[in-house]
Ligand binder design. Structure first.
Ligand SMILES: *Cc1c(COP(=O)(O)O)cnc(C)c1O
Length: 388
């Protein structure tokens, strides 16, 4: 490994990714399609590398949040179907068609613009109808009094020239929560989704791919798999269902000790002087800060993982550096590596310290942190985003 890459890095364990994929495949069986969610650079893991691996493993479909992300996959030779979950301006319709990208459609008025643009270039745009059953974000609103009007509107959308309505989907708000109220809400969402599909079917409109199961539903509601599942966080071995699905963390975020020093008793550490050594203290300076994705809210709270046990972070996290207490670990020397989260300390645990979700911590690992791709514990590739 180049010395420049030994500062701070993220190891992406492709064997763990494969394990998590197979866990999902075991649950859904061979006949339900698997859509890998690779938006936000595959939750920080690297969209291209993760997508290539998923295609090798047998994923049927990939999903991203924007046209830029979809184009990134296509320009790197990813050939499986790709769905854009978010909004794409209708002016970009010809590019969607050119790159053979499937677009989520949330309203008839936007669909009319896609349709006109597709007809103008003599192409066909593949779409999936997005139905809002309770997330209240995007989609045809089918709850309560909106039902009949929206079903009518979906029907018309599917009839538009230049569009091919391949799929229909909805998204759950609380499928990953275990309380009874969340289960009731998820079942209500599912019921109105199936009622929408059934009503359209009675009018002669059917869809090849009906889907709604995110990671939470993959783990809890097999009856909701329909034609395809859409796990994101479970694929990366994090979130509420690590134990339920027996998942392995894919990313391990690591750094190394740049300098070791002995500080006197009563020494103030870092900005704001929020930590004062109670005695003589052996510390290490770590070349990782909030600009790498080590969130500043972890100041004075996180424990780093050394091979011999947990070592507390002292004082505030700076942009590029922070300080670790090595008093308990005289073996730890300059150059030794230290884990921030991953195999020894799960990202879920660190997310809890911040009262946030692991998604946020994974996505926060920044573009100046090299990703090392691992198989059989060997580095098989590396990517540094600021050099690409
Ligand atoms: C992000 C996303 C997913 C994946 O969600 P997880 O909780 O990570 O499994 C699935 N479907 C849609 C529409 C999404 O936006």
């Amino acid at each position: 490994m180049d010395t420049s890459l030994r500062r701070t890095w993220a190891e992406i364990d492709l064997d763990a990714l494969a394990h998590n994929y197979h866990q999902a495949r075991k649950a859904i069986g061979p006949n339900v399609k698997y859509m890998g969610i690779v938006k936000a650079d595959a939750y920080g893991h690297g969209a291209i590398q993760v997508s290539e691996e998923l295609v090798r493993l047998g994923a049927d479909y990939l999903a991203v949040s924007s046209l830029d992300e979809a184009q990134e996959l296509r320009t790197h030779g990813v050939k499986v179907p790709v769905l854009i979950l978010g909004y794409t301006p209708p002016e970009m319709t010809s590019q969607l068609i050119q790159y053979d990208i499937t677009q989520a459609v949330s309203s008839e008025s936007t669909a009319e613009k896609y349709s006109a643009a597709a007809v103008a270039v003599g192409g066909v745009l593949k779409i999936h109808i997005k139905v809002d059953t309770g997330m209240s974000r995007l989609g045809f609103l089918v709850r309560g009094d909106h039902f009949s009007e929206s079903v009518e509107s979906i029907f018309h959308t599917c009839e538009l020239p230049g569009l091919e309505a391949e799929g229909i989907f909805t998204h759950f708000a609380v499928s990953d929560e275990d309380d009874a109220d969340s289960e009731v809400y998820t079942r209500e969402q599912f019921d109105v989704f199936t009622k929408t599909i059934d009503t359209l079917k009675a009018r002669g409109k059917t869809f090849a791919i009906r889907h709604c199961a995110n990671s939470g539903a993959l783990a809890r509601y097999p009856e909701m798999y329909l034609d395809m599942v859409r796990p994101g966080i479970a694929l990366y071995g994090a979130g509420a269902d690590v134990e339920r699905l027996d998942l392995k963390p894919v990313m391990t975020f690591k750094t190394s000790i740049s300098t070791v020093r002995e500080l006197d008793e009563g020494t103030d550490i870092s900005y704001g002087r929020t930590f004062r050594t109670p005695q003589k203290t052996r510390v290490g300076v770590l070349p990782v800060g909030y600009a790498d994705g080590l969130m500043r809210g972890l100041s004075n709270k996180l424990k780093f993982q050394t091979p011999w046990g947990a070592a507390p972070l002292l004082g505030r996290i700076c942009m590029d550096m922070c300080i670790v207490d090595l008093s308990q670990f005289p073996q730890m020397q300059e150059g030794n590596e230290i884990e921030i989260f991953g195999q020894k300390q799960h990202v879920n645990v660190v997310a809890e310290i911040l009262n946030t979700i692991p998604y946020e911590l994974l996505c926060a690992v920044s573009k100046r942190v090299p990703r090392l791709y691992m198989k059989n514990n060997e580095v098989i590739g590396r990517v540094l985003r600021i050099l690409t």
